[in-house]
Design a protein around this ligand. Structure first.
Ligand code: ARG
Length: 303
């Protein structure tokens, strides 16, 4: 039982009614900016830069990293990719709540008929790996649009992933959360901050940064507000390496465990504006609470 929580959660969450998704605030830095078809097709293969300042990786090195796609909403180039996600159970994928928001999807998520999780595909222009239908979407009802806190959603897959494609979530107190820890962020997002979306998966080296740094950088603005309990600060003090638009929902991995989901930031890779991630220990806590409630209520059936 390497991932008892995820497995235990999968059930109750399946039957959980989908909560209304409220669109995010209007700042572009907060929302995913998935490339519309026209932009995507124009995207270049840039020399540098996820993920800004990153390097190419093969998805087999990080098989829990998945792409979220809808060709219907985002066009067929790049397989309809618009956000990232991470497998924490064989049928359970975490992503950002805002990736399921109307501001990103243009419609409530249940109306996106071809929402897929693309697993095992490094290059979005290839047909490698699998495109898996999503059977259930659970958006954290406590996702706060003003601060961006609680930015996570749980997708239940219609098919099972291999065991090796599941990453362990770092529990509260894990050393992986300590400031200074090396971490890698993965995604198919913008590699320059000017809407150059990657066709092939990239990763960037970042470090867990002290909460005080993000608290100072993000005291509260249209972009959001850094909330230590539910967010994680990561990047490089001088900037350069960072996640960017289109990477949202994707994993931040340290010491072989999942510690964050790409959530928001001001610009990409700017010095003094680190990346802000959804803190996984807070996700675990929220899901445990949810499971307890569901277990007690045992309502909505279906599953
Ligand atoms: N909100 C963006 C997305 O939806 C992710 C932004 C992350 N920004 C950053 N500077 N780390 O894709």
């Amino acid at each position: 039982m390497r991932h008892p929580l995820a497995r235990a959660l999968a059930r109750p969450l399946v039957s959980a009614a989908m909560t209304a998704v409220i669109p995010l605030t209007s700042t572009s830095s907060v929302s995913a900016s998935p490339a519309p078809a026209s932009v995507a097709s124009a995207s270049l293969i840039a020399s540098d830069g996820v993920v800004v300042g990153g390097f190419p990786v093969d998805v087999s090195d990080s098989p829990w990293t998945v792409a979220l796609s809808s060709r219907d909403r985002f066009g067929g180039t790049r397989a309809g990719q618009f956000c990232g996600g991470v497998a924490v159970g064989r049928r359970t994928v975490l992503t950002a709540a805002h990736c399921m928001g109307e501001k990103v999807l243009g419609t409530p998520p249940e109306q996106v008929r071809d929402l897929r999780v693309v697993a095992g595909r490094t290059d979005l222009l290839s047909d490698r790996g699998r495109e898996i239908a999503v059977r259930d979407i659970w958006v954290n009802p406590a996702h706060d649009l003003a601060s961006n806190s609680g930015d996570f959603a749980v997708l239940t897959l219609a098919e099972t992933l291999p065991r090796q494609s599941v990453v362990e979530m770092a529990a509260a107190g894990d050393l992986a959360y300590a400031a200074g820890t090396d971490a890698l962020v993965y995604g198919w997002g913008d590699i320059s901050g000017s809407a150059e979306y990657a066709n092939s998966l990239r990763a960037a080296h970042v470090r867990v940064l002290p909460d005080t740094l993000c608290a100072k950088a993000y005291p509260g603005s249209d972009d959001g507000k850094y909330v230590t309990a539910s967010m994680l600060c990561a990047g490089q003090r001088k900037g350069g390496h960072d996640a960017c638009q289109g990477d949202s929902g994707g994993p931040l991995i340290a010491r072989g465990k999942l510690i964050g989901l790409v959530s928001w930031g001001s610009g990409c890779g700017r010095s003094g504006s680190p990346g802000v991630y959804t803190r996984i220990s807070a996700v675990i806590r929220a899901l445990e609470r949810e499971t307890a409630v569901r277990g007690g209520a045992r309502a909505s059936g279906g599953g």
